[in-house]
Design a protein around this ligand. Structure first.
Ligand code: PLP
Length: 380
């Protein structure tokens, strides 16, 4: 069976069929060399490898798997999620126009705002989970890029990707989707019409909180993609071989981890919803959640591992709950095998995040242990 015919679970478990031809090893070798020799006629021994700034074999192997999982044409790995986002936005011409979802990962918003100011790019921020509002933001003027994040972090809003693609294309723009909180296991934005999919692979794709990386996947070959690819190679922003190797290893269990994290998250969300000291829970899997129906239509196999909830009471009450947790580590980030909790208002105090909001990333632990930890921290 060719890797292209494999189910994602088979593809990732077998690392895209990576058998090391030289040693026979069932895991790919890591080649840390930064430079590669030429023969006496000055031909490279391996034409793909000249100098490690533009690419490396393990990154290529991981990219093939990611492109296939996203049903895309090609993938490019970067040394962080933000580096991947920046690589895409750098293709927007000076004086251009971008439409960006509001209330998304603060690091993205913060960087885009600064960048657009520096480059004289008009930035329109809109709640893209409201399709009518997105339509209005895209109407009437040429747009270069529409950027959405689904599910969004930390509100878990769901964007109708098919509708967003139509609106973006009608405005002459590409649609790019940050699908980090969905992973390629739960959703494939390209199949819904997106042009570019982005992930922070730092999160669930690697899944072990030990690699920083990002990826862009394109639907098809395009001038924009060529620009990104050339810039990554010549300006030097490929994921290093060690990180790519760890990523490939982490990805071998991706579908399995996501399945368990989703099952755990659903139980945790229901538990929180019923708790008297919880005011509200934002999780796409809950039927009471505003975007539940769209999430059910757009995501397959689960609703993800990320959720936010409001502790009844003040900022202090929320921080006390976080402080009493024993299993959920108080740390930023998401998507790892270990559960994490974060008080987002501390990180982004001026963006309207409620002071009593806690965001949690649910890991692969035993769900009853996680609920017992939350129960003792919430009291009652
Ligand atoms: N996108 C989302 C949704 C994120 O949560 C993050 C990081 O938290 C990023 C992008 C940025 O990724 P990285 O931290 O790998 O640069």
């Amino acid at each position: 069976m060719q890797p292209k015919d494999m189910h994602p679970s088979t593809l990732t478990a077998q690392a895209g069929g990576a058998i090391d031809a030289q040693s026979g090893g069932v895991v790919p070798p890591i080649q840390p060399s930064t430079t590669f020799v030429r023969d006496r006629d000055y031909a490279p021994l391996n034409a793909a490898n000249i100098y490690a700034r533009d690419h490396n074999d393990v990154a290529r192997q991981a990219e093939v798997i990611l492109a296939q999982m996203e049903m895309g044409h090609e993938a490019l790995l970067f040394p962080s999620g933000m580096a991947a986002i920046a690589a895409l936005f750098r293709t927007v011409p000076n004086g251009g126009r971008v439409v960006v979802q509001s209330g998304i990962y603060w690091g993205t918003t913060h960087w885009i705002r600064e960048y657009c100011t520096r480059r004289n790019v008009t930035l329109v921020e809109v709640d893209a989970s409201d399709t009518a509002a997105l339509a209005q933001a895209c109407a009437g003027r040429k747009v270069d890029l529409v950027w959405v994040e689904s599910p969004s972090n930390p509100w878990l809003k769901i964007v109708d990707v098919a509708a967003a693609a139509q609106l973006a294309h009608a405005a002459g723009a590409l649609l790019a989707v940050d699908s980090t909180a969905a992973t390629p296991v739960l959703s494939q934005p390209i199949a819904l019409g997106a042009d570019i999919v982005m992930h922070s692979v730092t999160k669930a794709i690697n899944g072990h909180s030990d690699v920083l990386g990002g990826v862009l996947v394109t639907r098809e070959h395009s001038a924009t993609w060529d620009e990104i690819k050339q810039d990554r190679a010549t300006a030097g922003a490929v994921l290093g071989a060690f990180e790519a190797w760890l990523l490939l290893r982490g990805m071998r269990t991706l579908p399995l981890r996501v399945e368990r994290m989703c099952a755990n998250a659903m139980q945790v969300a229901e538990f929180l919803m019923d708790h008297p000291n919880v005011e509200d829970v934002f999780y796409p899997g809950l039927p009471s959640f505003a975007d539940h129906a769209l999430a059910t239509k757009q995501m397959t196999g689960g609703y993800g591992f990320l959720m936010s909830f409001l502790v009844k009471g003040s900022r202090d009450d929320a921080l006390k709950v976080a402080g009493r947790l024993n299993l959920f580590h108080r740390a930023t980030s998401l998507g790892g095998v270990e559960s994490l909790v974060e008080h987002r208002h501390t990180i982004e105090p001026h963006t309207g995040i409620p002071e009593n909001l806690l965001r949690i990333s649910v890991g692969i632990e035993h769900a009853p242990d996680l609920m017992a930890d939350l129960a003792q921290a919430l009291g009652q």
